[in-house]
Design a protein around this ligand. Sequence first.
Ligand code: FEO
Length: 386
Amino acid sequence: MKAVEIKKGIYWVGGIDQGLEDFHGYRTQRGSTYNAYLIFDEKIVLVDTVKHYLHDEMLARISSVIDPAKIDYIVSNHTEMDHSGCLPKITKVANKAIVVASPNGQKGLGKHFDQEFNFKVVNSGDSINIGKRNLQFVLTPMVHWPDSMVTYIPEDKLLLSNDAFGQHIASSERFDDQLDFDIVIQEATKYYANIVFPFGAQVKKALQALSGLEIDMIAPSHGIIWRKNLGEIIQKYKGWADNTTEERAIVVYDTMWGSTEIIAKTISNVFINKGIPAELLNLKKNHISDIMTKVLTAKYICVGSSTLNNSVLPTVAAFLNYMQGLGPKNRIGLGFGSYGWGGQSIAQIQEVLKSCGFQLLDSIKVQYVPKRQALAELSAKLEKVI
Ligand code: FEO
């Protein structure tokens, strides 16, 4: 386990979590990394740690370049345990280290760990001189927790951005120009959609705060480091934070006996015939976190369910609940479904889409198996309003 030099005197010393499949409900098919960084100057600084079970890996990487006991500062950019999980252990080894955190970081770390740390609390605009370099701190509350902050090193034009600009990818490559860029951007998109999406307003503030800084490398706390495509990812974040959508539809559904699926296909065809790309997403075959990646930029969100026990199917309930929590805005919603007698599912879907603030199209509700005539009629009606 070796440290990887990312800039002269600055090393990646993180952990690679190849087997990670789930990150609080987010399916992580490609695993993840927890990126910690070690800075060599007159003072030795560790920025963030890794999940608790990767402590030995992080320690081995640090030990490949320095005795960990020599660490002077440990910057905790974020309290969540994928980044702070090793603080109790590493502060036993680096026992003279000062833990640098935001005011909320100090509170959060105190509540997470039954241990006192030797804290230095910093606010936006504060900096710590470590020799030739200065560590500058910008608080970025809610990107992704109230305690979050980023660390900027002007002498290296390096932004250690913690969760922002991350992706869940467990790779041996460290930089965006070393991996298939389609994979990198796809995972960065999924990460934003499933982690950062609710905090668009705070992302805009953070981007504003960082806009005056000279940056030629963004090193997040998950996945690869941006050194080639910085402009592209920053532009993407701006668009996502603004809830900018594309003229595109997703038709998300589950079906009991196939009738709701027939309606889903009909709706999809109406969009396609109008020249609007549409994607059918059966909830039995697509994970809700992958669907959220598509919600991130789709203008039309159509959701269908049969009625079961006076309600939506469980898969649809899970999706609606998940999407509602992630808070997409500025979209057009459409609830649809087939039913036998009650038909409550369709109104319930519309209610959730309305609570998301979506503009609603008239719902589509068909009893039992939709007949050709009914499908033609709903197609004609839908065609007129999209
Ligand atoms: Fe990667 Fe919010 O922790």
